[in-house]
Design a protein around this ligand. Structure first.
Ligand code: GRF
Length: 203
């Protein structure tokens, strides 16, 4: 399984996936980590593990389409089976999403379909929900709306702040994202008609 990871920031999910691959040695390899921000700390995590990195700064492009086209030109030579968005903070054009549809996944810090978009922890706290979490989903043109593959759920505690809740959600992200990558590496996931399926030929 050839993997390309897209990041914009700290890359703790990237780290969790790198750690999983290093310890469990699945049939999976991160060929490239691509960031739209030159200062993303995740680039250092990748370089420290001898993973190839590239930066395509979106500020150097005058349209979303031209930025996305530049990314496709960098990504496609790696012939990725799976594109992992791990804190990649740019909205992707329909053309880009369609190019990789069925082989691109994202992690969103909420129990989708609740709380699409930004500030999910703040909104969950304001609503007083009992549980919050993170969802790994296929990426489709409509933001945070593709088929959900797996979710990690955490309780919301009485004294939670946005920060404490975010930390708890982050910890479950680091468990659920590598687990989904494992399912891909085992060839157990498929995508048809905008639905995610767990296939198990052993059953
Ligand atoms: C995570 O909260 C993820 O849900 C969201 O972006 C954040 C990335 O964090 N999509 P990190 O860069 O992996 O630490």
């Amino acid at each position: 399984l050839s993997i390309v990871v897209l990041i914009s920031g700290g890359g703790t999910n990237l780290q969790a996936i790198m750690d999983y691959i290093a310890t469990e040695k699945p049939d999976a390899n991160i060929e490239l980590v691509l960031s739209n921000r030159p200062d993303a700390y995740g680039l250092q995590r990748a370089a420290g593990a001898s993973i190839k990195t590239e930066v395509i700064d979106h500020k150097a492009f005058d349209s979303r389409e031209s930025f996305d086209q530049a990314m496709i030109e960098v990504i496609d030579p790696y012939q990725p089976d799976l594109i992992i968005l791990a804190g990649f903070m740019r909205i992707l054009s329909h053309g880009f999403v369609e190019h990789y549809e069925g082989r691109m996944i994202n992690i969103h810090p909420a129990l989708l379909p609740a709380y699409k978009g930004l500030h999910t922890h703040k909104r969950a706290l304001a609503d007083g929900v009992s549980h919050h979490g993170a969802s790994v989903h296929y990426v489709t043109p409509e933001l945070d709306s593709g088929a959900v593959i797996a979710q990690g759920r955490v309780p919301v505690l009485k004294d939670d702040t946005e920060e404490s809740l975010e930390q708890r959600v982050h910890r479950i992200e680091h468990i659920v994202y590598p687990e989904v990558v494992k399912w891909f590496a085992e060839g157990r996931l498929s995508y048809r008609d905008n639905q995610a399926y767990m296939d198990d030929t052993l059953l």
